[in-house]
Design a protein around this ligand. Structure first.
Ligand SMILES: C[S@@+](CC[C@H](N)C(=O)[O-])C[C@H]1O[C@@H](n2cnc3c(N)ncnc32)[C@H](O)[C@@H]1O
Length: 197
């Protein structure tokens, strides 16, 4: 059986943060859903909380794009273009098997998404798991303008030496957006807008 992409410790922190985001305005999004393992847990949370929020999932369903110079790593050559290929149907079947409401699932490279047409009007919780510099950078561009005041962004692979582009995209984002504060839990970068009361 394939290893989960997110460790159990990360998953429990992710769900704790998602639960905290239930009180924020807007929907939940996951950019880079792959087989839907985390997506199913987010949907279960929404169902058990009787939330009226929707879950929106995004993936190329064609595997990873090619790495760019920012992703170069001496720690290994995994995560090549086309790796992590799954079909949208596999994700749909996973939700059906678990009797869960189907999320909105968009098959596209993030770079081709239209924020007005393809993303919710407001976002309460965003899980960015596109692995690569360009994918995380694009995810920020799509999500941040829609993030509600008490919204939370979680980026995976913040300390993964095989995927240095993810941390680079986070650090560059933070340098350009001092209104966000960072905390870290294992490989999760947790970004929250600084809310002044
Ligand atoms: C590590 S997997 C996601 C794992 C998933 N979040 C989970 O918790 O199980 C990364 C996914 O991001 C997708 N991805 C990466 N960059 C992308 C891009 N620019 N556009 C669309 N999908 C992308 C890949 O196809 C892959 O399925």
């Amino acid at each position: 059986m394939e290893q989960p992409q997110v460790t159990p410790q990360e998953t429990s922190e992710l769900l704790r943060l998602a639960e905290a985001a239930l009180s924020a305005d807007g929907d939940f999004v996951e950019l880079g859903c792959y087989r839907g393992d985390t997506s199913v847990l987010l949907q279960k949370l929404l169902v058990s909380a009787r939330s009226d929020k929707s879950l929106w999932l995004y993936d190329s369903f064609a595997g990873l794009p090619e790495k760019t110079a920012e992703d170069a790593s001496s720690a290994g050559t995994a995560f090549r273009g086309g790796e992590l290929f799954v079909t949208k149907r596999e994700v749909v079947e996973k939700f059906k098997k678990q009797n869960l409401p189907l999320p909105r699932i968009k098959k596209a490279f993030f770079e081709a998404l239209d924020p007005e047409r393809d993303l919710p009007g407001k976002i309460a919780f965003a899980f960015l798991d596109g692995d690569l510099y360009g994918s995380i950078q694009t995810s920020f561009r799509l999500v941040v303008p829609k993030l509600s005041e008490k919204g939370i962004i979680v980026v995976h692979d913040y300390n993964n030496p095989e995927l240095p582009g993810a941390a680079r995209a986070v650090d560059e984002f933070l340098a350009a957006h001092p209104s966000f504060q960072l905390s870290q839990h294992f490989s999760l970068a947790i970004l929250k807008p600084v809310v002044l009361y």
